[in-house]
Write a protein that binds this ligand. Sequence first.
Ligand code: FAD
Length: 374
Amino acid sequence: MMSDVVVVGAGAFGVWTALHLVESGAAKVTLLDAYGPGNPRATSGDETRQIRGGYGAREIYSRWALRAMERWRKRQQEFGRQLFYPIGRLEMAPTATAAMQATARVLDKLKVPIEALTPEEIRKRWPQIRPEGIGAGLYEPGAAILKARETCIAVAAQFQKKGGTLTIARAEPGSAASGKLMDLKLQDGGKLAAASFVFACGPWLRKLFPSLLGARIATPRRDVLYFGPPAGDIRFTYPNLPNFSESAFYGFPSLDSRGIKICPTGADANFDPDSDERIAAPYQMKRARDYLALRFPAMRDQPIVATHVCQLENTADEHFIIDRHPEWSNVWIAGGGSGHGFKHGPVLGDYIARRVLGGNPEPELEQFFKLNKA
Ligand SMILES: Cc1cc2nc3c(=O)[nH]c(=O)nc-3n(C[C@H](O)[C@H](O)[C@H](O)COP(=O)(O)OP(=O)(O)OC[C@H]3O[C@@H](n4cnc5c(N)ncnc54)[C@H](O)[C@@H]3O)c2cc1C
């Protein structure tokens, strides 16, 4: 059986694209993943991700995120499981940063509720936060936590229910002729032919297309640490604490009793998503612990109860890459989520599917997503 489209990669970019392709009714679709949807090596394979409208001056992503919020709410009903947890997001800084000011301007323009908070107001609203050294707070009440790996599993299941084929296999480009890719080479020696291909391989894109993407996508690691709150203490548990962020740290309240999540930023070396071990670095554990003690005094000395190490797939300008392969007109590259791609899944997948099927739904966006920018 020949597929019309094969999507390689069942992370956020791939599953949502595959689902929209199959829903279009225009294509027979196969979704391939080397390790399975939501696997722990994938950038989408962590427990949770955040959705927020605040994007500094990057209004295009604010607009997409706001559209995505509506779709997440509808999709979780369709899938019959909660994936979207409204909670709000508090950004803190010693003084209002240019990015906070730009966020406030854009969200005001888009009529998204937002509140500027003083340290006293932060302390009053969430007494479990100590706003030491904080001079400015920006609160976006509409922000939410998304279930990450569970979403990949749920979307892949819906894709199959609607007629798509999911296969666990590693693939790489196979033979090509007349400016087109003819088939994929599978790890077991098999081949898979199709009319079009979408490579949505996140941090693996630079390994699959080293000369094209090796220098365009960087894959630094990120350590994610979950700290267990004191027994019986629900002040750090959803929905009693918002998502929070400041310069080198961000985090979420404990969801499903996993513990309060802290992610220290930093680290630049490329991480190998296949073979590097995912053991949290003592240095990052210490940084997270020190931050926790400063900002949430009741969490001082609480233990790390779980860790997750993942990797980003950053482009230089943090725009996604959604473009045709320069040599094969029937091959699309979709990735470069750059630390903010997950939330857009339901909008992104729709957009990519339409591009693959020959449309260009928002032509003004094409320039941002190009491999080669003018
Ligand atoms: C610490 C951290 C925090 C983040 N926080 C947020 C956030 O709060 N909000 C947000 O919106 N975004 C966030 N992001 C970004 C977001 O998680 C990513 O942009 C998004 O998950 C990337 O999805 P993807 O589908 O491109 O890649 P992946 O999820 O990595 O999926 C790629 C898939 O391709 C498969 N694959 C690879 N190569 C092959 C092959 N040759 N054959 C078959 N299968 C293959 C892999 O197994 C994998 O399942 C964060 C990222 C990190 C690292």
